[in-house]
Ligand binder design. Structure first.
Ligand code: SF4
Ligand code: FES
Length: 255
């Protein structure tokens, strides 16, 4: 007599294995000790849709070519160290999922533009940090809070600069700005975002100092409102709006 196989209606359905794909990455490599010019190098990497471009870079470095150089630290969109151009757009490698890219074509990865290239995907961040430091990105208060008390601020006052507190200094905005590419003298969107964070803080007493700094010929007036910065920001900061608010504050002569 033939055996009857009964299916268990209550048994959990077996999950289909997640399919992997062979993805081609074309990376702009540059070793200053060997190369006169940067060169594009292809790598085929087995990837899962849920992995990120940062995972691909790790696989290339760990399994194919240990000399590939790039920065990363947190791997979760917090430290801002892995901004790079992916298919021509500034993004964080750790926040760019393979499933969101068109893997039927190669994925191009290169260093961000406008800052001196050091090696592979690493640029010299000093000019970027110099502009950031120049706008005095720290609280300057001329009075002390009452002993043992905090500086009081209303929810509305705090909301005034909430957006610009989210900056992680990744440089995706500044290095996507065509004005910054032209000569690198412009303070750049990130420095203005971080000035905005303090200019509109009701506890701060140095808005006029920062507005004066940004009224310089390399300051806010060089912005051409191209919105590249807002599109590039991985934190969703309304960068162009922040720059416009700083421009208005310069014209008003205060926050
Ligand atoms: S404003 Fe956005 S894109 Fe610019 S440095 Fe800050 S986090 Fe990065
Ligand atoms: S590695 Fe820290 S933001 Fe991507």
């Amino acid at each position: 007599m033939a055996a009857v196989v009964e299916s268990d209606q209550n048994a959990p359905a077996e999950e289909a294995p997640i399919q992997s794909f062979l993805v081609t990455f074309i990376i702009r490599r540059y070793d200053p000790e060997v190369d006169a010019e940067p060169r594009w190098v292809d790598y085929d990497v087995e990837m899962y849709p849920t992995e990120r471009v940062l995972d691909a870079l790790h696989k290339i470095k760990w399994e194919q070519d240990g000399s590939l150089s790039f920065r990363r630290s947190c791997a979760h969109g917090v430290c801002g160290s892995d901004a790079m151009r992916i298919n021509g757009r500034n993004r964080l490698a750790c926040k760019t999922l393979i499933k969101d890219l068109d893997i039927s074509k190669p994925i191009y990865v290169e260093a961000i533009k406008g800052l001196p290239l050091e090696k592979d995907l690493i640029v010299d961040m000093e000019p970027f940090m110099d502009a950031y430091k120049a706008v005095k990105p720290f609280l300057i208060a001329h009075s002390h809070p009452e002993h043992g008390k905090e500086r009081i601020q209303s929810a509305e006052e705090r909301a005034r600069f909430d957006d610009t507190t989210k900056c992680i200094l990744c440089a995706a905005c500044t290095s996507s700005c065509p004005v910054f590419w032209t000569d690198g003298q412009y303070f750049g969107p990130a420095a203005i975002v971080n000035a905005h964070r303090f200019i509109f803080d009701s506890r701060d007493d140095a808005a006029d100092v920062r507005l004066d700094i940004l009224n310089d010929k390399e300051g806010v007036w060089r912005c051409r409102t191209t919105f590249n910065c807002t599109e590039a920001c991985p934190r969703g900061i309304q960068v162009t709006r922040a720059i416009a608010e700083v421009k208005q504050a310069v014209l008003r002569g205060g926050r």
